[in-house]
Design a protein around this ligand. Structure first.
Ligand SMILES: [Zn+2]
Ligand SMILES: [Zn+2]
Length: 327
């Protein structure tokens, strides 16, 4: 999430933000692996008021895959309102081989979301959160019984997305991708601004560079579920932007990617910073009562694209129903 604000927050709050490299202070409890009803392994509840209709046209997808699943997202994520009983990590299983994980706001105000895609030979974990929770144990459990190489990659290099990396480094059957523009480009075989296809074994993930929030930012598109991970470039919250010129080129590139035969079921980002109604939570808030749904849709991407285009070379803060442009 934050970029400029993160530096300020470090001074004001002494807390970690998107570009920091240290875990959150103060309220961060020791790591503890908990499982309870919140740690749902199957879809429950409804997806809320702004849920987009799942894309049902799978015919134009690059791999000719079958139609994506209609996902019943959790009615509520762990939101910092039940720190005594909520787990440090909430797991939501989208399909047998697709997972969303959320790090508890009780452990970091960032409350980052992480994603796990499993193919026949590799599993791709996108982001590792702020650290201080047993993400590795959780992922290991989700991969139990599968013989796959775990590839740990990132939406971008800010601390709230990479600080959990150390637990995965130097582990068997595990590769941790570097976080620089060069490192991610070399690993995925990215050439220029074009998307690169990364095969997990019977499951291809397209990786598209979308710098702007941060220079090494990537979008990930899963051809199987038609999910598009947008990281901190687009999520229901404050869209902080490091390099405006890069950002206003990346957003239309993402739209063009979708239009080029990559229909989207849902856009899933790195955080939630908006309630269902009303103003955004205060920066650093660790209680998110009545959170906005995580999932956005094609419409929100196009709305962002139109807004960015209209601003031209004069970015400004602009509040939209499902996101806030915060250059
Ligand atoms: Zn972030
Ligand atoms: Zn960030």
């Amino acid at each position: 999430m934050p970029w400029r604000s993160s530096a300020l927050a470090l001074l004001v709050l002494g807390a970690v933000a998107c570009s920091s490299s240290t875990p959150s202070g103060g309220a961060a409890p020791a790591a503890s692996e908990k499982t309870n009803a919140e740690d749902s392994g199957s879809p429950t509840g409804s997806s809320g008021g702004t849920t987009p209709t799942p894309q049902t046209d799978g015919g134009s997808s690059p791999d000719g895959a079958t139609q994506p699943p209609a996902i019943a997202f959790p009615a509520k994520w762990i939101d910092g309102t039940a720190c005594g009983t909520d787990p440090d990590l909430q797991t939501f299983q989208i399909t047998p081989d697709t997972f969303i994980l959320r790090q508890s706001l009780c452990t970091t105000f960032e409350g980052p979301f992480m994603y796990l895609f499993v193919g026949s030979t590799k599993a791709l974990l996108v982001d590792t959160g702020t650290g201080g929770v047993d993400l590795k144990g959780k992922v290991t459990g989700l991969l139990a019984g599968k013989t796959v190489q775990l590839v740990v990659a990132h939406s971008h290099s800010h601390g709230d997305h990479v600080n959990g990396d150390p637990a995965f480094k130097n582990q068997p059957s595990t590769t941790v991708v570097g976080t620089s523009v060069t490192a991610v480009g070399q690993f995925f075989g990215i050439s220029g601004d074009a998307a690169a296809a990364y095969d997990l074994g019977g499951r291809v993930i397209d990786v598209l560079p979308i710098p702007g929030h941060q220079a090494a930012h990537l979008a990930y598109y899963d051809r199987e579920t038609k999910l598009l991970l947008t990281g901190d470039t687009l999520y229901p919250g404050r869209l902080y932007i490091d390099d405006w010129n890069a950002y206003r080129a990346s957003v239309p590139r993402l739209v063009a990617f979708v239009d080029a035969g990559h229909p989207v079921s849902y856009m899933l980002g790195g955080h939630i910073e908006l309630p269902k109604t009303g103003a955004d939570y205060a920066f650093g808030a660790q209680v998110h009562a009545n959170e906005h749904v995580l999932q956005l849709g094609d419409a929100e991407l196009r709305e962002l694209g139109a807004a960015v285009k209209a601003m031209g070379n004069t970015p400004k803060r602009e509040v939209h129903p499902a996101f806030i442009i915060s250059p």
